[in-house]
Design a protein around this ligand. Structure first.
Ligand code: GRF
Length: 217
């Protein structure tokens, strides 16, 4: 069974969805640790309540970004994980860090990349008037929110949506696709090869997951 380290910055609902999948027996990984860059990250308590080791590498203790990256990498590598999962981790990681975890560092982003990289994705989707929004799991590269895409889930934007209703609809899909992507990796069906995603799965060979059951009308 592979071991996984999860990095968080906040409430950690994606992390909790991974822990729940492990508990349910649908995600064959060992969550070796949950690490945060903020001591007040709410998800740390959730992880500890699950008996998962937790740690904090407080970015405010480091004058230089690279020094934070080095300390975080040391904290991660102490657990020798096969996979590092960014789950609402809100620090930009430098190129040296990202290259160190080449092919074993994944992220979830609340938009259908490559649209809306960066922050405030739900507000921007509403402002642009797009009819489909969603989330993306991708391998991390030094380009922010631009790595090779593993799986996406799409949701409709419904008349009357505001940032909160849309965020909730997308988050429900995040909680579905992130455990799925981690399971594929754990089962050896997902890898990064020459910068492209290779997914050995007949049902999902396109790497795409659309969630039509959420479509209204
Ligand atoms: C999620 O929407 C995730 O996609 C984004 O930040 C949010 C984190 O939520 N990167 P949580 O901490 O997992 O609840």
């Amino acid at each position: 069974m592979i071991s996984v380290v999860i990095l968080i910055s906040g409430r950690g609902s994606n992390m909790a969805s991974l822990l729940a999948a492990v508990d349910a027996g649908t995600l064959p990984v060992r969550i070796a640790a949950v690490l945060a860059n903020r001591p007040d990250a709410g998800g740390l308590e959730t992880a500890a309540a699950h008996g998962v080791p937790t740690g904090v590498v407080d970015h405010r203790q480091f004058a230089k970004r690279e020094d934070f990256d080095t300390a975080m990498a040391a904290a991660i590598d102490a657990f020798s994980p096969e996979l590092v999962v960014l789950a609402g981790f809100m620090r930009i990681l430098g190129e040296v860090f990202v290259r160190h975890y080449d092919g074993r560092l994944i992220n979830i982003h609340p938009s259908l990349l490559p649209t809306f990289p960066g922050l405030h994705t739900h507000r921007r989707a509403l402002d642009e008037g797009v009819r489909l929004h969603g989330c993306t799991v991708h391998f991390v590269t030094p380009d922010l929110d631009h790595g090779p895409i593993i799986v996406q889930a799409a949701v409709p934007i419904i008349d009357g949506d505001d940032e909160d209703t849309l965020a909730a609809r997308v988050l429900a899909q995040e909680h579905q696709v992130y455990p799925l992507a981690v399971r594929w990796f754990a089962e050896g069906r997902l890898r990064l090869q020459a910068g492209r995603v290779v997914l050995d799965s007949p049902q999902t060979s396109s790497g795409a997951l659309i969630a039509p059951q959420t479509c209204a009308g």
